[in-house]
Design a protein around this ligand. Structure first.
Ligand code: DGP
Length: 113
């Protein structure tokens, strides 16, 4: 999608600190990290949010979760990590391209809200 920030990052039109990529997934460091490791894992296919999951193949959805696991290992998060996807206004989703936040590298808060 031409006006989507993350589509532009995937296309290399906006620079990013790449962490991982495969045929279906691209992952890069969050510009405003909330933990020592904070990586965004996105599908190459434009999907507005998890609400659009039915527009994605099972292969794409599985690739996203597998990528989160691979990135956690690659980043050395052996003591644990958190995976979050904000969906819609109540969750404060700010970029309308499905993404999973992979957070770790420190003791995270028990609070999920
Ligand atoms: P969310 O609030 O769940 O939609 O998360 C969007 C995240 O995207 C937020 O943590 C900041 C990050 N972000 C926004 N713009 C950029 C950018 O241009 N580059 C990178 N690397 N991250 C960005």
């Amino acid at each position: 999608m031409s006006d989507c920030l993350f589509c532009k990052i995937i296309a290399g039109e906006i620079p990013s600190a790449k962490v991982y990529e495969d045929d279906l997934v691209y992952a890069f460091r969050d510009i405003n990290p909330m933990a020592p490791t904070h990586v965004l894992v996105v599908p190459r296919q434009h999907l507005a949010s998890l609400d659009a999951a039915d527009e994605a193949s099972d292969e794409t959805l599985a690739a996203l979760l597998r990528a989160c696991r691979k990135i956690a290992a690659q980043e050395g998060l052996s003591n644990g990590y958190r995976v979050v996807s904000n969906c819609g206004p109540d969750a404060c989703q700010s970029v309308k391209h499905l993404h999973f936040h992979v957070l770790g590298g420190a003791q995270l808060s028990e609070r999920m809200s």
